[in-house]
Design a protein around this ligand. Structure first.
Ligand code: IMP
Ligand code: MG
Length: 177
């Protein structure tokens, strides 16, 4: 597959819809975490746009940490080898941790991160994703918070890439099969 120009890709979610949904999501999180401080742990790099928009709607005290995970797979549907780098992450014992990822597909990435962070014995651990491909779950896991349920299509934009490209698109678009 080549890299079609962004204008040729169908829009799945407009910037306006995402903005509006993220305001609701932030309000829910503010309510659920009222009186607590939260450590938001973002899974790089796809999460950056979602994370930066979501956290600006949070009114609770927030700390920010990142870890790296990549499952080298281009636009193929099968998840590749998952490489995880948590070297930048502090010990999260006793903290309220909210794990953030761009998309929940098979669930393997989040499953692996939850395993790693649970071992640090946080006070609580929840997850939030922008997109949830509900048809593809292979882990029996589900995200605690999500922006949108989407069909099993390869999507890009708003932080998500195909082959490293399209992360900067303001909306979510579909790569044709
Ligand atoms: P999972 O481990 O299968 O749940 O996949 C999660 C990771 O795969 C995400 O963090 C993304 O980096 C990547 N991914 C899954 N589906 C898509 C997609 O449609 N577009 C771009 N990246 C995707
Ligand atoms: Mg990712």
């Amino acid at each position: 597959m080549d890299h079609p120009p962004a204008e040729q890709l169908d829009v799945l979610l407009t910037r306006e819809r995402i903005d509006s949904r993220l305001r609701d999501l932030a309000a829910t999180i503010n309510n659920d975490y009222a009186g607590r401080e939260v450590v938001v742990v973002g899974i790089m790099s796809g999460v950056v746009v979602f994370l930066s928009d979501l956290i600006r709607g949070l009114e609770i005290p927030v700390r920010l940490e990142f870890l790296n995970a990549s499952s080298y797979r281009g636009a193929s549907t099968s998840a590749g080898e998952l490489a995880v780098d948590i070297s930048g992450l502090p010990v999260l014992t006793g903290q309220h941790v909210l794990l953030l990822d761009d998309i929940f597909d098979t669930g393997h990435t989040l499953n692996r991160m939850i395993g790693i962070i649970s071992a640090m014995q946080p006070a609580s651990l929840q997850s939030a994703v922008l997109l949830w491909k509900t048809e593809r779950n292979e882990t029996g896991l589900s995200p605690d918070y999500f922006g949108f349920e989407i069909p099993n299509k390869f999507v890009v934009g708003y932080g998500l890439d195909y082959d490293g490209l399209y992360r900067n698109l303001p909306d979510v678009r579909v790569i044709p099969e």
